[in-house]
Design a protein around this ligand. Structure first.
Ligand code: GLA
Length: 729
């Protein structure tokens, strides 16, 4: 059994294949956190906790004159609020009597088989072969009767523990939640921990940053209404010495697409607390008597074998337990060509068919008609919200256009930006109150567009109806779902003044409802997420879309960093990656090697390519298909760090059975008459012999991993190499 309750010690122990997690109903019935790390058989790890008289750290009322128990120093599973623990908290609440406090203690628990579900938010799921158990621990504040239910699901084989939280107002007065974090993890010794995060910006998402924990609160989060380009809802706490191959690493990946916050605080006693959940900034949620609230899920993983092993846990899990689309496994992803960088909004049906015909020679399976096909949309100042075909551009109508593409034996895809509205649109003229603008103030423009108030049922229904009508009208195989601004004017005309603190969260709930009604009702369509590139690349979005556009930045050299950072948590099969005109000095072959790290496709005007170039593209598309089983299902290794000085960036995919591998190298700079460089492979069978690119000379896995592969340095800058390693029989 993966979850054990020890009656005597009052401990709950959660075991995965390689990890254990323990908590205890401890002194004065507080729920204390005892352990998360490599497997331990001990049923009571509370011997680690030493109690001292800590000056200026208060003692709870129940401890009377004893001064050695202070919530300010105890490791906790879910914190109290204003009860003498002065560190960052799990909860902040205004009770019905106006007081600010929460004093929850465990009153009930339940252990069951299977994975818990959330009613309002996306979650990971258990597949048929997974062994999964769930623990629910109910805490109650005796004075207010506000209950907090802590949820844990243990995925034994996957080495994953998920956590979430539900709040139930069982009292008779309304309360207001100011903060509710889905996870709290206390480390008894946190002085030697580093925090790794994935900050970025438009065009440069998910770069990697690492900071040592010092005695203050480190916050990583977003208040942009979406998980954002600037931060990602994923952090790692690791040993100061941790590397790709060595060291303790804890991962926290939040299934939420809105404002989020991860806080880590090294306290006065060098204990470290990490909390993660919805960002409390501008958040105030009313819970009437009987009302409930759900916090998003956090997917936690631990390994003592470094970043690569941690990434592998997430990659394996997110490949199989996150998205139910048939395009995850059953059906292979197509090679696509997207019209955006080919024509921007300056196209018509004839131009699209021309691009498709040229792309056909390049081995492309699918044409995507990007922004500009609907309403009045010749530039980005108008038209958003008017989801009907602009027949001045698509003169033959959508149906006929799709038929023409299908006649080429190609599939057809289309772009939407459902959450937005242009002031110059029929939708805005009919429903100005549907846009998010604060009455009496001018709204902030961004790309000259406003956000729709997704918290409104009528807005949701409008989008569901309009978009489904388009999807059902023609033979659409693929949808790119975009969002191109952050939320600034937080306001909903459908909520009373006192409930405006709920808008950002309700926006996300409304968005998930719209996605449920459009995406889940069209299982035959491949959906790709996008947000001005990779601005909302998070696991909740990936539970709907099997793939997500990494960045609008298609420069292949920048992409090396983008793919590297993204791969810390997200599998490479989720990364939308295309060959485009960007990167003038980079050969097409190199662009293809980089795009093969992800879903592979083109973003250029195929009609401008010479026959020779088209032929080369065809070769690359075929290679992508040839290596698909390696790059989509193999283990991914970051062989070099593109953020560090060096002349080349290398990465590798290895099939699970270690029989095949694709090792890719891009030469980013050359030194005149420099030393010979070697790339060391990883993940191979050391005893097996491998052929390289079909060569008859075989090399052992051990040689390839320990001596490495010499990289020819007599090559032009930005050359790339792909080594296909095949195990000899
Ligand atoms: C965003 C996307 C692009 C493209 C444009 C269209 O920037 O990231 O790929 O779809 O919008 O307006």
């Amino acid at each position: 059994m993966a979850i054990l309750f020890n009656e005597k010690a009052k401990t709950f122990t959660l075991h995965t294949r390689n990890t254990s997690y323990q908590m205890k109903i401890g002194s004065f019935d507080y729920l204390l956190h005892l352990y998360y790390g490599p497997c331990v058989p001990d049923e009571d790890m509370s011997y680690q906790i030493m109690e001292y008289d800590r000056g200026f750290s208060g003692n709870p009322y129940e401890s009377r004159n004893a001064r050695t128990f202070s919530l300010d120093a105890q490791p906790q599973e879910f914190t109290t609020y204003r009860q003498g623990d002065f560190r960052i908290s799990s909860i902040e609440v205004i009770n019905g009597d106006g007081s600010y406090c929460y004093h929850g203690k465990p009153v009930d628990y339940k252990i069951s088989q299977g994975k818990y579900k959330l009613d309002t938010l996306p979650c990971v799921f258990a597949s048929e072969t997974d062994t999964v158990h769930t623990l629910e621990v109910t805490l109650c504040d005796a004075a207010s009767n506000l209950k907090v239910i802590l949820l844990y699901s243990v995925f034994e084989e996957a080495d994953i523990i998920t956590r979430s939280v539900k709040v139930l107002n069982a009292g008779d007065k309304a309360v207001h939640l100011k903060k509710i974090m889905s996870v709290c993890l206390d480390f008894l010794n946190g002085a030697n921990l580093d925090l790794v995060s994935l900050p970025g910006r438009y065009g440069q998402e998910r770069q990697v940053e690492r900071q040592p924990m010092t005695h203050h609160i480190h916050s990583i989060g977003s208040i942009r209404g979406s998980s954002s380009h600037q931060q990602n809802p994923f952090v790692i706490l690791c040993d100061r010495e941790a590397t790709e191959d060595y060291g303790w690493c804890y991962g926290f990946s939040l299934m939420y697409s809105g404002n989020f916050l991860a806080e880590a605080e090294l306290d006065q006693y060098d204990q470290l607390r990490l909390v993660m959940g919805i960002n409390p900034n501008s958040f105030l949620y009313e819970l009437k008597p009987g009302g409930t609230f759900e916090g998003p899920e956090v997917v936690m993983a631990f390994t003592c074998r470094g970043f690569t092993a941690l990434s592998h846990i997430y990659h394996d899990f997110y490949r199989t337990n996150l998205c139910r689309s048939k395009f995850v496994g059953e059906v292979k992803r197509p090679v696509l060509i997207n019209s955006w960088e080919a024509a921007f909004m300056n196209f018509d049906d004839v131009k699209l068919v021309e691009i498709a015909k040229a792309a056909k020679n390049m081995g492309v399976d699918l044409l995507v008609m990007d922004d500009g096909w609907f309403g009045k949309r010749d530039d980005d100042n108008s038209g958003l919200g008017d989801w009907y075909v602009n027949e001045n551009k698509i003169k033959c109508g959508l149906h006929r256009l799709v038929e023409q593409i299908n006649a080429l034996d190609m599939k057809f895809g289309i772009w939407f930006e459902p959450e937005m509205v242009s002031e110059d649109s029929d939708l805005y003229r009919a429903h100005p109150d549907w846009a998010m603008e604060i009455p009496g103030r001018h709204g902030v423009r961004s790309r000259n567009q406003l956000a729709l108030d997704m918290s409104r049922r009528d807005v949701q229904d409008y989008l569901i109806e309009k978009i489904n009508a388009i999807l059902d009208d023609a033979n659409i195989y693929y949808v790119k779902w975009d969002i191109n601004r952050s939320l600034a004017d937080i306001w909903s005309n459908s909520l009373p003044a006192g409930n405006q603190g709920e808008v950002c969260h309700r926006y996300i709930l409304g968005l998930y409802r719209v996605m449920d009604e459009i995406i889940l009702t069209h299982p035959h369509i491949l959906f790709e997420g996008c947000s001005g590139g990779g601005g909302r690349f998070d696991p909740a979005m990936l539970s709907y879309y099997p793939q997500y556009w990494v960045s609008d930045n298609n420069n292949p050299i920048d992409r090396l960093k983008l793919h590297y950072g993204t791969s810390f948590v997200y599998p490479t099969c989720t990364m939308g990656a295309h060959i485009s005109d960007s990167g003038r000095f980079v050969p097409l072959e190199t662009k293809a090697v980089v795009a093969m790290c992800g879903t592979f496709g083109y973003e250029l005007d195929a009609t401008h390519l010479s026959k020779k170039e088209q032929k080369l593209c065809k070769k690359q598309s075929d290679l992508f298909r040839k290596y698909y089983h390696i790059t989509f299902w193999g283990d991914f290794y970051r062989l070099t760090d593109p953020f560090k000085a060096g002349n080349m960036t290398a990465w590798q995919h290895v099939t699970k059975d270690k029989k095949e591998s694709l090792l890719s190298v891009v030469v980013t700079s050359l030194t005149c008459n420099g030393p010979q460089e070697y790339i060391k492979a990883k993940g191979l069978d050391p005893k097996a012999m491998y052929s390289l690119n079909g060569s008859r000379e075989l090399r052992s896995g051990s040689a390839l991993m320990n001596a490495g592969i010499p990289i020819n340095r007599e090559v032009p800058e930005y050359s790339a190499f792909q080594f296909h390693l095949v195990k000899a029989d």
